[in-house]
Design a binder for this molecule. Structure first.
Ligand SMILES: [Zn+2]
Length: 264
């Protein structure tokens, strides 16, 4: 999944030290100047707004045991990401859980993730399956999918280069014609996040077959498992691809320790 500002990533290089700094920069630049720092700054700001709204509704991090579980599993994945993607070493990863029944899971640039507790319960999600879900969202960020989406929009229509970045940001979310043009790349990014996420979690120590099982649950829980959606490949094809990839990976990986220290 991938939500308001899909992709993510960004190097928290210290050029943007706060969400408000990101907003100030974004407000004053044209789309041609879009950078990883800019995208990340905006993501941090939007993420903070989402968290504040959920907190006000008493729907954020309600159950400490759930939060501890997801952060423990994410901790091992983030440690692995720092080894595999050195540019992410300084990222300020964040992970929260909401009791909003409608929320599934998403990640934003720079590693700002939000999981839906009800979604996890509906899937009866096992630890390895949760690792796959988290690693998918992390892969979007690590691979800079959000930035790549903006860059594609700029190539498709050079007119965007002279307009404010915030206008492009809004169009990517709401302009149906632009969204349709970006969709093929978006589908490819989803497949890439599945693949690279599974590999990341496997390198972190999770057994590949158990990771792939997340997609089996998605397919079994879907009313239309063989159909692509506007944003994602079909659940059945995702399950087949994950199963095939897992079959190529040696079994017997070490169990991750997931110490959770990345989230004090
Ligand atoms: Zn995704």
């Amino acid at each position: 999944m991938w939500q308001p500002m899909r992709a993510l990533c960004l190097l928290m290089l210290g050029l943007l030290t706060s969400a408000s700094a990101g907003a100030q920069v974004a407000a004053g630049v044209n789309a041609e100047a879009v950078t990883q720092q800019l995208v990340a700054g905006r993501a941090a700001e939007l993420y903070a707004e989402r968290l504040a709204a959920l907190r006000a509704a008493h729907a954020l991090d309600v159950h400490g045991a759930v939060l501890e579980r997801v952060r423990r599993i994410a901790g091992g994945l983030i440690a692995q990401a720092r080894r595999d993607y050195p540019d992410s070493a300084d990222w300020a990863w964040e992970l929260h859980v909401t009791t909003d029944e409608e929320h599934l899971a998403d990640g934003m640039a720079g590693g700002k993730m939000l999981l839906g507790e009800a979604y996890l319960e509906r899937l009866e999600i096992a630890d390895a399956e949760l690792a796959m879900l988290l690693a998918h969202e992390m892969a979007h960020a690590l691979l800079r999918h959000n930035l790549l989406e903006y860059q594609l929009a700029l190539r498709l229509d050079r007119g965007w280069a002279r307009r404010p970045f915030l206008a492009l940001e809004e169009a990517v979310e709401s302009d149906s014609a632009l969204i349709a043009k970006l969709a093929p790349q978006g589908l490819a990014q989803e497949a890439e996040a599945d693949r690279e996420g599974l590999l990341l979690a496997w390198r972190a120590g999770w057994p590949a077959a158990r990771l792939a099982n997340y997609f089996k649950k998605l397919a079994r829980g879907s009313g239309l498992p063989n159909f692509d959606s506007a944003t994602h490949p079909s659940p059945a094809s995702r399950w087949a691809a994950a199963r095939a990839l897992a079959a190529t990976l040696p079994a017997g990986a070490a169990w991750p320790d997931g110490d959770g220290r990345l989230f004090p």
